[in-house]
Design a protein around this ligand. Structure first.
Ligand SMILES: NC(=O)C1=CN([C@@H]2O[C@H](COP(=O)(O)OP(=O)(O)OC[C@H]3O[C@@H](n4cnc5c(N)ncnc54)[C@H](O)[C@@H]3O)[C@@H](O)[C@H]2O)C=CC1
Ligand SMILES: O=C(O)C1=N[C@H](C(=O)O)C[C@H](O)C1
Length: 267
C-alpha cells in the first residue's frame, strides 16, 4: 500500500498550481493539507475564484503554514525569487520541498544542497517535470559527446518571467558535464545587434522565444561536419507536467539530500 503523504502547495491560483491542486486532491494517497497564496489568508480553497470546492486552509505566510500544518511535502510553483525562499523555509521546518519554480543560480544550488545535507532531508528542484523533456535533456547530453557544437532554442508563453528557461539552463549544464568548454561559431564573429547570438553558458548558446500561443517547447540543435541533429520536445498543456510532480513527491519522502533534476530519480 502507498504511504499517505500530506502536501502543501504554494502558488495554487497559478497556471501550474491549479493543475497541481487537481492532481493532489485526485490522488488517493495524497492529502492536500493547505495552500500558500500571496493573498487570501484565512480563506478556504473553495472561496478562491475558479478553484475546486475543497475545505483546505489558505495561508499567506509559509513559515506559519509549516509550523501549524506540519506537512510532509511542499510543492512550490510560484515565481523565481519566492521558490528559493520557500525551499529554505520548508527545510528549516523539516518539510521536504519539491520545487518546480525556476531561476536557481549555481550559488543558490550549492547553498541549498548544503542546507539539505545538514538537515538530512530530501529536497527536489525540478527544472522540468515532463518526462519527455527529461528524455530530451538526457538525449542532448548523450549526443553532445559526439557532436559538441550545441545551440538551444527554448520557446515559451509570453507570461514567463525568467529567461533563459530552467530547462534550457539545465540542458546546458548537462552538456557542459560531458564536453570541454568551447567557443562556437567563427572566432571573429561579432554581434551587430547585441544579443543576436543569444545567451552563453561555457560556449553553449541559448536563444529564448516568448510568444502568446506557446506553452513550453525546446529544441537542441547539434551540428557536425555536413549534418545536424535536432532533439525537440513540446509540452502542449500543463497536465504534461503532473506525472512528474507526482513522481517527485513520492521520491522526496525517501531522500536525505537535495536532488537537482528528475533525471536523477527516474530509472
Ligand atoms: N518545473 C516545471 O516543470 C515547470 C515549472 N514552471 C515554473 O513554475 C513557476 C510557476 O509557473 P506558472 O504557474 O506558469 O506561473 P503563474 O504566474 O501562472 O503562477 C504563479 C503563482 O504564484 C503565486 N505567487 C506569487 N508569489 C507568491 C507567494 N509569495 N506565495 C504564494 N504564491 C505566490 C502567484 O499569485 C501566481 O498565482 C514558474 O517559475 C515556472 O517557470 C512552470 C511549468 C512547468
Ligand atoms: O514557465 C514555464 O512555463 C515553464 N518553466 C519551466 C522552465 O523554465 O524550464 C519548465 C517548462 O519549460 C515550463
Amino acid at each position: 500500500m502507498n504511504q499517505q503523504i500530506s502536501i502543501v502547495i504554494a502558488g495554487p491560483r497559478g497556471k501550474m498550481g491549479r493543475e497541481a491542486v487537481s492532481m493532489v486532491s485526485g490522488t488517493p494517497h495524497f492529502t492536500l493539507a493547505a495552500v500558500i497564496d500571496s493573498k487570501n489568508a484565512g480563506k478556504k480553497v473553495s472561496d478562491l475564484e475558479g478553484m475546486p470546492s475543497l475545505d483546505v486552509p489558505v495561508f499567506d505566510d509559509a513559515k506559519l503554514c509549516f509550523a501549524e500544518i506540519r506537512p510532509d511535502v511542499l510543492i512550490d510553483l510560484t515565481k523565481p525569487e519566492i521558490g528559493k525562499v520557500h525551499l529554505e523555509q520548508a527545510l528549516e521546518h523539516n518539510v521536504r520541498p519539491v520545487i518546480g519554480t525556476t531561476g536557481f543560480s549555481d550559488e543558490d544550488l550549492e547553498r541549498l544542497q548544503n542546507l539539505a545535507k545538514e538537515k538530512e532531508l530530501g529536497a527536489i528542484i525540478a527544472p522540468n517535470f515532463a518526462i519527455g523533456a527529461i528524455l530530451m535533456m538526457k538525449f542532448a547530453q548523450m549526443a553532445s559527446k559526439y557532436l559538441p557544437d550545441v545551440e538551444i532554442i527554448e520557446k515559451h508563453h509570453d507570461q514567463k518571467l525568467d529567461a533563459p528557461s530552467g530547462t534550457a539552463l539545465k540542458t546546458a549544464q548537462l552538456v557542459r558535464e560531458v564536453r570541454e568548454p568551447k567557443s562556437q561559431g567563427h572566432p571573429e564573429e561579432r554581434e551587430d545587434l547585441p544579443g543576436a547570438r543569444g545567451a552563453e553558458l561555457d560556449g553553449i548558446r541559448i536563444h529564448s522565444v516568448r510568444l502568446p500561443g506557446l506553452v513550453a517547447h525546446q529544441e537542441v540543435i547539434l551540428g557536425g561536419e555536413g549534418q545536424t541533429l535536432t532533439i525537440k520536445h513540446d509540452s502542449m498543456n500543463r497536465t504534461s507536467f503532473m506525472p512528474g510532480v507526482k513522481m517527485a513527491v513520492e521520491a522526496v519522502v525517501n531522500l536525505d539530500h537535495l536532488v537537482y533534476g528528475l533525471e536523477n530519480i527516474i530509472e
